[in-house]
Design a protein around this ligand. Sequence first.
Ligand code: NI
Length: 398
Amino acid sequence: MIDVRQLKEAVKAGKEEYSRIRREFHRIPELGMEEVETTEMICRYLERMGVVPHHLEPSGAFAYIGPEMGFTIALRADIDGLPVTEETGVKYASVHPGRMHACGHDGHIAGLLGAAEILKQREEKLSVRVKLIFQPSEENTLGAAHILAQGVLSDVDVIFGLHLFSDMKTGDVSIEAGPRMAQTDRFSITFEGKGGHAGKPHQCVDATVMAADFVMSVQSIVSREVDPADSAVVTIGSLHSGSQYNVIAGTAQAEGTCRSFREETALRLKEAVEARAEHIAAYYGGKADITYHYGSHPPLVNDASLTACIAPEAERFLERKLCHVPPLMLGEDFSWYQTKVPGVFAFVGCGDPEKECFPNHHPCFAIDERALADAVLLHLSAVSAAEKLAEKEAKTDV
Ligand code: NI
């Protein structure tokens, strides 16, 4: 059984090192499925600690610490950057043009490596096996499903992960049961009409009018078709039509996303978007060509009994109370793991209360590096909770 006091001292001593590691990864952001340099650097760190890394295809890695078999907790960090041009002006800014760690995944890597080092040093005391998962490609929602298909969770009993958010202040941590992040669906619609002269609309079928009507129509889906006690979002993020002021557009494209927490609601949103696109196009005498990507990942739902084990342990390690954060309408492919084994995902504040904070994905996004120690402590607390859980299970087995 690992000792809390010793672990906390080790984390305190490691603080500067966590910042240094995070900055090293911050310099070399790579997009999903291209994290080759990042993976190599992670593996070098693991090897230096005496941990044997295993490569995932095409990028990412996993590794074990602790007993060779038995109850296993996976700790997951995502490792990809974003197609954003960094504007922070920091010395350790991205050296990859047009790429940035604008979502804090550099901090996730540093947090998991920090925890790995401490666990490795106390490996003989560990009563559960720890599987470290450095997951590629979270931002484009492909990574988790891709590595699940490689069997990465086949020997895992429970899983823990976390995300740094700059709109939560440093020190605030939320670990709550139930739906925490949304199912994210994506759609793309091409309205087809008949182009022609701006002065002869009666000879045309105006795709711009169809698309405009569609955009306004979907605004009432959430208010009129979703149970008011439930939550949902329909957003049109992109709209393109026409090229010239005096030409009626023959085609128009709208792209958007639907978010929700329940399958029933997600299906209702899909039906409503499709029906409105089809009916509006037909009403004007045109056609709608709809591509709807349903469920690129399911909603993120924290397992209630695992949350009940990890949350108090996290408070013990952090020496402070956890806070309440309402569910987020963002997506997170950690939810795929939760369809296989019980999983808990924590929201971790990294917004410096003394400074102006920019949101995740912003070109000026920055982490208050004091949050890295929280990330390390949370991983360690999850392992400690797993030890207690395994002990309890062993007793009930007898
Ligand atoms: Ni992220």
